[in-house]
Design a protein around this ligand. Sequence first.
Ligand code: URA
Ligand code: CA
Length: 434
Amino acid sequence: MRMVDLIEKKRDGFELSTEEINFIINGYTDGSIPDYQMSALAMAIYFNGMGEKERADLTMAMVHSGDTIDLSEIEGIKVDKHSTGGVGDTTTLVLGPLVAAVGVPVAKMSGRGLGHTGGTIDKLEAVEGFHVEIENEEFINLVNKNKIAVIGQSGNLTPADKKLYALRDVTATVDNIALIASSIMSKKIAAGADAIVLDVKTGAGAFMKTVEDSEQLAKAMVSIGNNVGRNTMAIISDMSQPLGFAIGNALEVKEAIDTLKGEGPEDLTELSLTLGSYMVYLAKKAESIESARTMLKQAIKDGSALASFKTFLEAQGGDGTIVDNPEKLPKAQYTFELEAKEDGYVSTIVADEVGTAAMLLGAGRATKESEIDLAVGLMLNKKIGDSVVKGESLVTIYSNFEDVSAVKEKLYANITISSERVEKPTLIYKQITE
Ligand code: URA
Ligand code: CA
């Protein structure tokens, strides 16, 4: 086989076979296929797309380009959740303990990453003593015992995707449905998921800005999952404004505790129940999505969801008493209020820009080397559709420095108030369950 012939084949709109895709991914991973040929192929895929079988083949070729995690010693069906990335998205912190409470094994491998806030691990490290440096064996034992554990990313997972994603980034070939879908799915499958629930975000703060594009991406991922023997379901959810009220690490841990108690923000609660009920259903712990939802509501009501969070934190060295005393979480030195300059209704809260404001406070990393300040961040006191009176606080700013003028400026520029009544945005646009 010669790479140049395969580039030509894709350029001319033909389908690549399983063997051809394996040849490409193996060759690219081991360096025998150079970047310039892979760039040409990525561009040919960008213009001509890939069929369902090609997408599934590309996904599995990337899965097998490196290590895969074996979770077979964990009892039950391992369901993983993936979000395409949001601002202040506290759902992972809520969902883990919530579904674990009804018996779904949550074996989470998580990273730190860049972004407006830290990743799941950073957020959890706001709990004193909590750590993810545990051995594989302990990880497996903990999931079997408590139904939930989190371990730091280790091993050489999907090196082909790492290399290809970096190449796409500099060759204008990132935003292609086939390439995005196979990239995301390969990572989930390599990490050991038997079944996958996807939260595809849509709106200003999301990768995909329109519902139509988001739906296409969701369908592509569901189809890959089902083609490679992993039951997959997806929803399209709103990311025109941040999710919940909290954007920041310790602030989001507190928000997760509130939600597990049944006292969380409406949107975060609803999204967690929806995604959670899919997870419970796919793990075969409920007969239907509706009965799964009933089980989860019960777990919130009877305190078992919160108890599951406490057990999980303590099992990994964390101070579980923060669940009852969240005031023990790291606290910022200063708080400031962003006062509304006029009466009216909140009409936009541009999610990614508000996320950037949290990052200016130190809540997230701009580069891999940046230090995160776990205590700082933003609490939204108003969401889109809420009425507001001049002088009322729109946002509380938690900061460890005194001059927050740049943060305030950014927030004022991205939170608008309209004199006319504004509808609340739809939270869940679509559900893709087959
Ligand atoms: N996220 C990924 O992991 N891969 C893509 O290709 C795009 C977004
Ligand atoms: Ca939040």
